[in-house]
Write a protein that binds this ligand. Structure first.
Ligand SMILES: [Zn+2]
Ligand SMILES: [Zn+2]
Length: 215
């Protein structure tokens, strides 16, 4: 009986050691980092941000800042022409007319060169990725298919929240084409709904709300 207890204790110890080994191997300092983010873009190496120069849409330092007629300022890429009103004050503005404020951009570039370099890096990377995806897609010229739990009412509008990165990429692709895609609610379901994106709003970097109409 004593032997059995000893064996049990030994087993427990071995399990504990194994758990400690696993814990030591997990480096959670990189948990929130992009997979292959260059070391120079680590947050602690960048200039502290001035709250007055933060874009209200992406909550990052203004990049290619555009000013609306109501006086509010956003990144050019964040303020798409699909915003019919200012996202901050709801005043009607002509979004597609908004030009980059060159003086403000120059001041930001001079004061935050490292942060601007980081934003430029990810901007270029994203554009390149989108171009690659478009090239690939055009070879097949197929309509993207989403497997989504959302609700689709034939002939009327529904809203979908997009937060999974792969769906976000697909939405970006769909927006650059004819805005149409197919929703299949369950993999087993043979029936799909052809829908069109009528409006979309980027809430955060990787969150988008889209208004769809089933065709
Ligand atoms: Zn922005
Ligand atoms: Zn405004």
């Amino acid at each position: 009986e004593q032997k059995a207890e000893e064996m049990k204790a030994e087993e427990n110890k071995a399990e504990e050691n194994k758990a400690a080994e696993i814990r030591a191997g997990v480096d959670d300092t990189n948990f929130f980092k992009e997979e292959d983010e260059p070391a120079e873009f680590a947050e602690e190496k960048l200039e502290p941000v001035d709250d007055n120069l933060v874009c209200p849409i992406c909550l990052d330092l203004l990049f290619e800042p555009v000013c609306t007629m109501c006086g509010h300022t956003f990144c050019k890429a964040c303020l798409t022409e699909d915003f019919k009103k200012c996202p901050l004050c709801s005043e009607h503005c002509f979004m597609n007319d908004a030009k980059v404020n060159i003086a403000l951009r120059n001041v930001i570039e001079k004061s935050f060169p490292k942060r601007v370099k980081k934003r430029q890096y990810y901007h270029d990377k994203r554009v390149k990725e989108l171009e690659e995806e478009l090239k690939e897609k055009d070879n097949f010229s197929e309509i993207p298919v989403f497997f989504i739990m959302g609700h689709v009412t034939p002939g009327s509008n529904d809203f979908l929240r997009i937060f999974e990165p792969r769906y976000h990429d697909m939405i970006n692709l769909v927006l650059q084409r004819d805005r149409k895609f197919v929703i299949i609610r369950k993999r087993a379901e043979k029936l799909g709904y052809l829908v069109k994106i009528e409006e979309y709003r980027r809430v955060m970097d990787n969150r988008t709300i889209i208004k769809i109409k089933s065709l």
